[in-house]
Design a protein around this ligand. Sequence first.
Ligand code: MLT
Ligand code: ZN
Length: 476
Amino acid sequence: MPAVIAQARLTALRERLGERAVLTDPQQTAPYLTDHRKLYRGAALAVVEPSSVEQVQALLHWCNAQRIGVVPQGGNTSYCGGATPDDSGTQVVLSMRRLNRIRAVDAANFSLIAEAGCTLSSVQGAAAAADRLFPLSLGSEGSCQIGGNLSTNAGGTAVLRYGMTRDLVLGVEAVMADGELFCGLVALRKDNTGYDLRNLLIGSEGTLAVITAASLKLFPAIRTRATAWVSLPDPASAIALLGQLRQTSGDALTGCELAPQVALQLVLQHVPGTRDPGGAAAPWYLLVELSSSGEADLDALLEHTLARAIEEGVALDAVLARSLDQRKAFWKLRETIPEAQRAAGGSLKHDIAVPVACLPAFIERGAAIAARLAPEGYLVAYGHAGDGNLHFNLNQREGADEAAFLAREPALKRALHDLAAQMNGSISAEHGIGQLKVEELERYAPAAELTAMRRIKQALDPNNILNPGKVLRSRS
Ligand code: MLT
Ligand code: ZN
């Protein structure tokens, strides 16, 4: 873009948002221009940080008129490059960071209203202060933002009990492409009044509107928890134990996370402050957690169910967390697997889901595929067993050639995604499409769905200014 046009555009942005809200200094903008996996590096006309919804409206109104692409960004924790601009230098990154107020907490209605830039942990904290629970829980909760969670329909570790982000939202406030405000911050459990714009915007990754605030569902605060680290012979045992725990606990099972021995070893090796949880070393582990808002003796219940599972040969061993610190230590072992993987070198990631009962078959067949198509790597398949969602990742073997390993990606991805599709699964269970999986979506989504998505995009964002090229290929 000619410098004179860029300067004029920057002046216009400053007029609308104020000097402080328009960042152009490369040192300041750099963190916004790359994703946290370092897969993408973009450029931008500016990074803008509005401090009010009116400013977001003014921004979109102007960008729509000028046909300037806007890339909304929350905590920048996307695994799919969903918040990184392209390299043209003509787009504007819209950071939601300063829109970070909890607007209201209504304990009696079990709801709260948070602005998009609130970190997930601050939303959890606001709920807790009112003796309520906001159950969405992710490894990145200290930095990811609720607007990003909604935009990507984030999953995490409590989906089994409480559902995906979509299931936790009562209403949204959003700015449409032309700057019009959609005031949909209802706090109703029931509202059957026409098309559900809220649910259309959730999971649309900033391509249909910019979510500025959300009305969120709260739940009774948790009073008791029981957590165990369970050693297992194989993934089939994990699924058997999942069923037993759901049945015997009165559906109090909140977390059910699967990890292989190699993931535990990576964490112990690379993440400071972690230690072996104890119990028998085993090929697989399951981190299970029961929770209740009542006074039930969940420890006894969990102990009883696990003892029976060990007797029956479903589990090999189990260690119950006897203190809050021990519980946190177990969760740290699970939540830092991505960090340990990163520290261990190059990795190839796949976020697949299959019906829960198919997980063992997926692991067996997927492992054979990985061994055949990526011999320079080793499998680190872990994730949310209770949801049928695995991060079917590979790490580079020590001494293997990195370029050769990474070159395996396309064929491996194709084979694993084909396998997931054969099992009626998903190629992106919880990480979204972003820019990483646009072609994958084109390949695996039903034709009628793609047609409908393109028509919806055309209708709501006719000038293609909202996160262009994410989810759907940009129209030329
Ligand atoms: C997780 O469950 O730890 C995250 O979704 C990250 C990952 O894919 O590794
Ligand atoms: Zn996950």
